[in-house]
Design a protein around this ligand. Structure first.
Ligand SMILES: Nc1ncnc2c1ncn2[C@@H]1O[C@H](COP(=O)(O)OP(=O)(O)OP(=O)(O)O)[C@@H](O)[C@H]1O
Ligand SMILES: [Mg+2]
Length: 363
């Protein structure tokens, strides 16, 4: 078990490409940290530098306080599971897991004990004598995980380990990975570009874009306190709804106004915007924070364009100035498509963004 520190690390490929741009982050002992970001943002490059498979252009990597920046991969005590989790096809599951232990010249009885322990953790105990070809994709994936944790790494790296699995298996495997982590307790860095996977599995999420870290926080923090427009849009499905509004003051009350609504802010939200002296603002509202209400309590009436029942809730879409706005509402009452719905915003959860800098305001 260990900590991992990445200090001001930059990776350049040639002169033009800056794949990772001066990032710093600390992974705590036994933490499950998720690197999340769109394709090409530098996630794999970061992992490969931690593993020692890619040279660091600038910066330092520490494992348990020891500088490993220039150490070869085998001296770093790291295990990896990557997207194509290549387990050896000619070896049984047992041999796949035992292989790295044999290289350490462990006693046979000790190897046997460890293989059975990690196979139990990953739920593949009954397949130890099978060849990989006789297993399903999800089972093979668990062999890869078992093999990686068998060597008791200080740091466990997983780069999109679930992306070869079908959607349903992906969701159940991520729950299993979380359970495996709870018992193996290895300090883990997990890479994904799937925000819902990140939200469900992470202790903390690091959101990257264009080689930089945009925000680090718990799933709740990045969802409720998204640091800028990019994060607010990237995290959550359906994504945050954004409205361009003008600030207006009348009788000491602050109003957010656009051609469709005039929202009079409560005292707490007014106070949040005290220091903001521009006229334009981007209002961010999560789909579950737009509420269906009576006409009298509403700030706007819109036409329900699409109504999608989801069982536990419904998603209602309407159009405002060519932009689709989505509402997540309790499954009842269900409006008819094409009917007028009356809406208001839940004021406890409004997000404000500066349209010029894109940063959140008033946190
Ligand atoms: N060996 C290389 N030579 C040149 N450029 C590279 C090399 N490896 C990666 N890059 C570039 O560095 C950037 C980051 O790549 P990286 O593979 O780290 O992205 P990623 O976040 O893992 O993306 P994905 O989600 O698609 O796997 C990309 O622009 C990529 O084209
Ligand atoms: Mg990648």
């Amino acid at each position: 078990m260990a900590t991992l520190e990445i200090l001001n690390v930059t990776k350049r490929f040639g002169r033009k490409v800056i794949a990772v741009d001066d990032i710093s982050l600390e992974v705590h002992d036994q933490e499950f940290l998720v690197l999340l970001g769109p394709s090409g943002c530098g996630k794999t490059t970061t992992m490969r530098m931690v593993a020692g498979l890619e040279e660091v252009t600038e910066g330092t990597i520490l494992i348990d306080g020891v500088d490993v920046t220039d150490l070869p991969p085998r001296k770093r005590n790291i295990s990896m599971v990557f997207q194509n989790y290549a387990i050896w096809p000619h070896m049984t599951v047992f041999e796949n897991i035992a292989y790295a232990l044999r290289l350490k010249h462990m006693a046979k009885s000790e190897i046997d004990r460890i293989v059975r322990e990690v196979a139990g953790m990953t739920n593949i105990g009954e397949y130890l004598e099978r060849l990989p070809a006789q297993l399903s994709g999800g089972q093979q994936q668990r062999v890869a995980v078992a093999r990686a944790i068998a060597v008791s790494p200080k740091v466990f790296l997983m780069d999109e380990p679930l992306s070869n699995l079908d959607a349903k298996l992906r969701v159940s495997m991520r729950t299993e990975l979380k359970a495996i982590h709870a018992s193996a307790k290895a300090t883990t860095v997990f890479v994904t570009h799937d925000q819902s996977e990140a939200m469900s599995i992470a202790d903390r999420i690091v959101i990257m874009r264009d080689g930089k870290i945009i925000q680090t926080g718990t799933p709740e923090e990045v969802y409720e306190k998204s640091a800028n427009l990019f994060v607010a849009d990237f995290i959550g499905t359906p994504p945050t709804n954004f409205f361009d509004v003008t600030l207006q003051k009348s009788n000491g009350t602050l109003h957010l106004v656009n051609p469709h609504f005039d929202l009079s802010l409560d005292a707490a939200n007014t106070a949040r915007l005290n220091g903001y002296n521009k006229e334009q603002l981007v209002l961010g509202v999560r789909p579950e924070n737009i509420v269906l209400t009576s006409e009298k309590d509403s700030i706007m009436g819109m036409t329900a364009l699409v109504v999608e029942p989801q069982g536990s809730h419904q998603v209602i879409a309407f159009k405002m100035d060519e932009k689709m706005v989505k509402v997540v509402a309790p499954s009842q009452p269900k409006p008819d498509m094409g009917s007028t719905i009356h809406l208001n915003f839940s004021q406890g959860t409004l997000r404000f963004f500066d349209p010029e800098t894109t940063f959140a305001i008033g946190d």
